[in-house]
Design a binder for this molecule. Structure first.
Ligand SMILES: *[C@@H]1O[C@H](CO)[C@@H](O)[C@H](O)[C@H]1NC(C)=O
Ligand SMILES: *[C@@H]1O[C@H](CO)[C@@H](O)[C@H](O)[C@H]1NC(C)=O
Ligand SMILES: *[C@@H]1O[C@H](CO)[C@@H](O)[C@H](O)[C@H]1NC(C)=O
Ligand SMILES: *[C@@H]1O[C@H](CO)[C@@H](O)[C@H](O)[C@H]1NC(C)=O
Length: 440
């Protein structure tokens, strides 16, 4: 098994090396099956440019993590607060800063777009031609023979957040949403969505015609949530409610992960934990998170902090669009204290969102973090629990407490902690599978 894995890895390295010496752009390669490349948003293969003044890798992560609080606030608004028993209806709330993008083609003939992968959102949106405030790459409805606008009377229209249809009569299904401090207005339209070789005909998505602010994903967002307008729901029974992804390392440049849709080609034996559902927040992937170990110590804290409550939405979700895993404050504090204790006699400093940074030489003493889910223990590889600052030779515990001012009851297992793992979502049998997979 290991020999086979080693051979595969060597083969991959050789292929990439061959492509490079032959001058073929490895970013342009695309497997001819249902695997879709997933690449970090600021990697070399990504069409998105990193912020100019901030090009070192650690700064990028810190920069991205600093945008998490807005997403967190959004997710928390969706699930309600400690004292409220029913979640408020979400309309046009701030959501998401995405970090991983997936390559898709929209329309006929297909127009190439790199869309952010978001498991906590249902409806997709892309910038359309003529859009005010969008970047240069837009989708052109006029250039597609399969495009069609949608009217306020269609059932899909009623499922969109931030809707602004006229009270009577008909009209274009238009809506406004906010996004990480920015906002956009769009109309719901439909066209063929191509994912690798698969085509989803008449896929409904928001055609963005105006953006205010700079944080809306430049080439759109693909919603992989569980709700009615998500990719899974719109593809009918074609994927049997199953998909998985492997996110490559943030450090990876030329290699890519994948999004796999449907039961074919998924890992056959994979450890799973039940997938839970909150009727008040049907988009989110809740899991039964039962505890955390730091090294061999099961960190003590009252179990109520992790408890799933379908009525309030409290609990733990797996999310592809938040960068750094956040725990409710008492849980994070307990984890941090145990971690610091085991690293031992050094001083701890803060960088950005991270409050437990220490000189790299102490890294050998850093205990592994294990997340316990019902029926599944996930021992995080070191690259998924420590982040390095190249400038200061520091290592930091790459987790944090829920941001200030968010009276949150939600724990979020975020994408930094998911690097080089295959995460399998089975929404029919209500299971989440997690397996180690190197997809750099
Ligand atoms: C949506 O945004 C557009 C453009 O900014 C604005 O003209 C319109 O009034 C907004 N609609 C609603 C319902 O907020
Ligand atoms: C399901 O797959 C078939 C065969 O590829 C295709 O013809 C059909 O349009 C797909 N349906 C949806 C809803 O994606
Ligand atoms: C897609 O929509 C068009 C027009 O709305 C309709 O004519 C066509 O039959 C639809 N195709 C499928 C596969 O549903
Ligand atoms: C979570 O798992 C624990 C331990 O297996 C179990 O006692 C509890 O009932 C589970 N909670 C939910 C909401 O399924």
């Amino acid at each position: 098994m290991e020999a086979k894995l080693a051979t595969t890895i060597i083969l991959i390295f050789s292929v990439i090396w061959l492509m490079r010496v032959n001058g073929i752009d490895p970013c342009a390669s695309q497997a001819d099956n249902s695997d879709l490349n997933v690449i970090p948003i600021y990697s070399k293969c990504s069409p998105f440019k990193p912020p100019k003044s901030d090009s070192s890798w650690d700064n990028r992560i810190i920069n991205m993590a600093s945008k998490d609080p807005l997403r967190f606030k959004y997710l928390s608004t969706l699930v309600g607060q400690k004292t409220v028993s029913t979640a408020p209806i979400a309309s046009g709330q701030t959501f998401n800063i995405g970090n991983y993008v997936v390559r898709v083609k929209l329309g006929t003939p297909g127009q190439l777009l790199f869309m952010v992968l978001d498991t906590s959102t249902d409806e997709a949106f892309v910038p359309c031609s003529g859009c005010t405030g969008c970047s240069d790459t837009t989708f052109s409805p006029k250039a597609s023979t399969s495009y069609g606008p949608l009217d306020c009377s269609v059932p899909q229209c009623g499922q969109v957040r931030g809707l602004s249809c006229p009270a009577t009569g008909t009209g274009a299904c238009s809506f406004n949403q906010s996004y990480a401090g920015s906002s956009f207005s769009a109309t719901l339209v439909q066209d063929s969505l191509r994912l690798a070789t698969d085509v989803i005909p008449n896929y409904s998505f928001g055609c963005v015609n105006a953006i205010t602010g700079a944080s809306v994903p430049a080439q759109g967002l693909l919603g992989l949530g569980r709700g009615p307008l998500s990719l899974l729901s719109q593809s009918g029974s074609n994927y049997s409610g199953i998909f998985s992804y492997c996110l490559p390392s943030f450090k990876s440049y030329y290699f890519s992960g994948s999004l796999k849709l449907g039961p074919v080609g998924q890992p056959k034996s994979i450890r799973t934990t039940p997938l839970l559902r909150s009727p008040h927040r049907p988009s989110l992937y809740y899991v039964n998170f039962t505890g955390i170990s730091v090294g061999r110590v099961l960190v003590p804290f009252p179990s109520e902090y992790l408890g799933f409550n379908p009525n309030t939405g409290s609990g733990t979700i797996i999310d592809s669009g938040t960068v750094i895993t956040r725990f409710v404050e008492p849980v994070y504090n307990a984890v941090r204290e145990e971690f610091r204790k085991q690293v031992g006699g050094t001083t701890f400093t803060s960088i950005g969102a991270f409050d437990t940074c220490f000189v790299k030489t102490y890294e050998t003493l850093a205990p592994p973090i294990t997340l316990h889910f019902e029926g599944l223990d996930l021992k995080l590889p070191l690259e998924n629990s420590l982040i390095h600052s190249s400038a200061g030779s520091l290592a930091c515990l790459a987790m944090a407490a829920a941001p200030d001012n968010v009276n949150s009851v939600l724990n979020v297992i975020a994408n930094f902690q998911q690097q080089n793992l295959r995460i399998l979502f089975d929404t029919v049998n209500n299971k989440v599978g997690i397996a180690r997979e190197v997809c750099n």
